[in-house]
Every structure is written in structure tokens, then in C-alpha cells.
Design a protein around this ligand. Structure first.
Ligand code: DGY
Length: 337
């Protein structure tokens, strides 16, 4: 009798041709439409499979794992994996993986697009024009702030942070400061033309502050009213990491009262819901968590997640050695960006 194939669940539609590779090894339960799975539905799905390929939409913690007796691997499509409880997975011997590297440059590009949109008031200008308010060219319409020659502050200096630093230093002649738990090696600092500073100095000196650090309970609301009060009123704030890094109420208040010039947010604490206070403001650029959303990069992320799942379940050329594991590594975080 033929051995039955392991079973895997793919929680959201990805690219059919890439997901099809799973069928060489597994019986595949692939979700056809974008679905908001409830925690109970996730738990039920995990209870039926040996492996799962999931996105940031699916939280996997103790409750979702309670009935997952045969689950051996979870492949997350994304570099951030704060949706996964790594301790709960590791204690059950379940391998988890993420998709770093393949999205670094695309996300660094997007950080710059957002930063520039905030600094030069691009989306605000477009709305103003579409509203029919442009009646005559005038000298002081929508004055923004410069990017070239300004100080770029980066909070979180992993791979994406370094990509942003290089774009700022080499492309726009910016002075680059960063803050990170650990200081980078001299060679990397030189390559990025970036200097380490303490958190308060970063807040005080940055003309454009970009958040790229992983989200965890320890970094929740790292940008709160106290931090915002230390920033220049002319500064911009860009968040492409996770919404929970910013106290959105404090940010909306600072933006509304001129204590911060503008912000650009790709991520939100309660996404897809966006705080109505932010929606009401003109000086904030809002995008729907699309930092890595180029076609080529999303395909590369899906392909890496598939490779991870195949290998983690002991199949394919890298059987037992998934390319980018996040369990069983020395200091699991929530996404080495
Ligand atoms: C990431 O890769 O972490 C993006 O936010 C999408 O999940």
C-alpha cells in the first residue's frame, strides 16, 4: 500500500505555481480566497496537518496549538514573525521559519518612498489637487522639508535598516544615525556611513526617523508621547515595521498640534483597522502594509516559505535543513529585519 503523504495547510492565497510545488510532496489544503481565520478555525486547521504555511494574519500560540498533535513545521511568509509564539512552538518541537533577505531591498525602497512622501507632502498634495483646491500656482504651496543633507535616524539596524542607511547616505547625502541594541561592526558602519547613537540622541537629532525594529512586548509603544516630545517639531516619522511600535493616539496628537511635521505609516496596531484620529489628519501618509509588496519580492517570499516547509518536513534537497529557521536558533526574536 502506498504511504500516505503528509498534509499541509496554506492559510492564504499565494501564487498558484509556487504553491503547486508543495503537491510534489504533500497533500495540500490551499486556501483559495483571502480569509480572516478566527483563532478557533486556525486551531482546527492546525489539528489536521503536519505543516502549515501562514501569514502575519494567523496568530499561532498556545491556544491554536492545543490540538495540533501532528504539526511539525510552520513556515511564515514574512520576515517579522510576532504572530508566532516561538516558545510554544519550540516546546512542542515544531520548527518555525520566516522569509528574511529576499525582501530587504524592496522594503528599504518603500521606507524611502514613504519618508519622501511625508517630507515632501506628496499624498497631501495629491488629495488637495483632486479636491479642486489648486486655483493658482503660488510660492508657498505645500512647503515641505528637504531629504538631501538632512539627518536620517534609523531605529533598528538589521538588514532592512542597513539598506535604508545606504540609500540615505550614498543616494541622498544624508548624515545617518542609528540606534540598535548592539552596535554594528566597524566595516558595516563604514559601508552604511552610519553612526551609533543612544536612543535619546537619535530622537533629538533625526530630521527623518524610520522604525525598522522587530515588534515584541518589550518594544511596544517605543515611540510614545515621551519619545515624540524629544523629536524636532519639523521631523518626520516613518514606520514600516509593526504598528504596535507606535502609540498611535500620542502620534495623532503630536501631528494634530504641530509637535511633529508629518508621518508615514505602512503598519498599524489594530490593522486592518486604522485609528480614525489618523484618518482625519492631512499630514500622515497611510499605506496598507505593503512594504515588501513588489511582485518579484512577494514571489520570492512565497518560494522561500515553500522551500522552508518542504525541508522542515524532511523532503527535497535540503531535507531537515530549512534555509531560514527561527526556532532552534540562539536568540529567537520576533523578526530579524
Ligand atoms: C514582513 O515580512 O514582516 C512583512 O511585514 C509582511 O509580513
Amino acid at each position: 500500500m502506498a504511504e500516505s503523504k503528509p498534509r499541509v495547510w496554506v492559510s492564504q492565497p499565494l501564487f498558484d505555481d509556487i504553491v503547486a510545488r508543495l503537491a510534489e510532496h504533500f497533500e495540500v489544503d490551499a486556501t483559495r480566497d483571502v480569509t480572516a481565520w478566527s483563532p478557533a478555525q486556525v486551531a482546527a486547521k492546525l489539528g489536521e496537518v503536519d505543516g502549515a504555511l501562514v501569514t502575519l494574519n494567523e496568530r499561532i500560540g498556545e491556544d491554536e496549538l492545543a490540538a495540533a498533535g501532528r504539526l511539525r513545521a510552520v513556515a511564515n511568509v514574512g520576515v517579522g514573525y510576532n504572530n508566532l509564539d516561538i516558545g510554544a512552538l519550540e516546546s512542542r518541537g515544531i520548527v518555525a521559519t520566516n522569509t528574511p533577505d529576499v525582501l530587504t531591498d524592496t522594503t528599504a525602497d518603500m521606507a524611502f518612498a514613504l519618508l519622501m512622501a511625508a517630507a515632501r507632502r506628496i499624498t497631501e498634495g495629491e488629495r488637495w489637487l483632486r479636491e479642486g483646491r489648486w486655483t493658482q500656482w503660488s510660492f508657498d504651496t505645500l512647503l515641505g522639508s528637504d531629504i538631501h543633507g538632512s539627518t536620517l535616524g534609523i531605529l533598528g539596524m538589521g538588514r532592512i535598516g542597513q539598506g535604508i542607511a545606504r540609500r540615505g547616505a550614498h543616494g541622498f547625502g544624508m548624515r545617518v544615525l542609528y540606534h540598535n541594541r548592539s552596535r554594528l561592526a566597524d566595516g558595516i558602519e563604514r559601508n552604511c556611513r552610519a553612526d551609533w547613537v543612544d536612543f535619546d540622541t537619535l530622537l533629538r537629532e533625526a530630521d527623518h526617523l524610520v522604525l525598522v525594529l522587530p515588534y515584541s512586548p518589550a518594544t511596544r509603544h517605543v515611540i510614545d508621547s515621551t519619545a515624540l516630545a524629544k523629536m524636532k517639531p519639523t521631523a518626520t516619522l516613518t514606520n514600516i515595521a509593526r504598528g504596535g511600535l507606535v502609540d498611535e493616539v500620542a502620534l495623532a496628537d503630536a501631528l494634530a498640534h504641530g509637535r511633529l511635521a508629518s508621518a508615514a505609516l505602512d503598519v498599524f496596531e489594530g490593522e486592518p483597522a486604522v485609528d480614525p484620529r489618523l484618518l482625519a489628519l492631512r499630514n500622515v501618509v497611510l499605506t496598507p502594509h505593503v512594504g515588501s509588496a513588489s511582485l518579484a519580492t512577494r514571489r520570492a517570499m512565497a518560494a522561500l516559505a515553500v522551500d522552508n516547509l518542504v525541508a522542515a518536513l524532511g523532503r527535497g534537497p535540503r531535507a531537515g535543513r530549512p534555509p531560514t529557521p527561527v526556532t532552534g536558533v540562539s536568540s529567537p526574536g520576533t523578526g530579524k529585519r
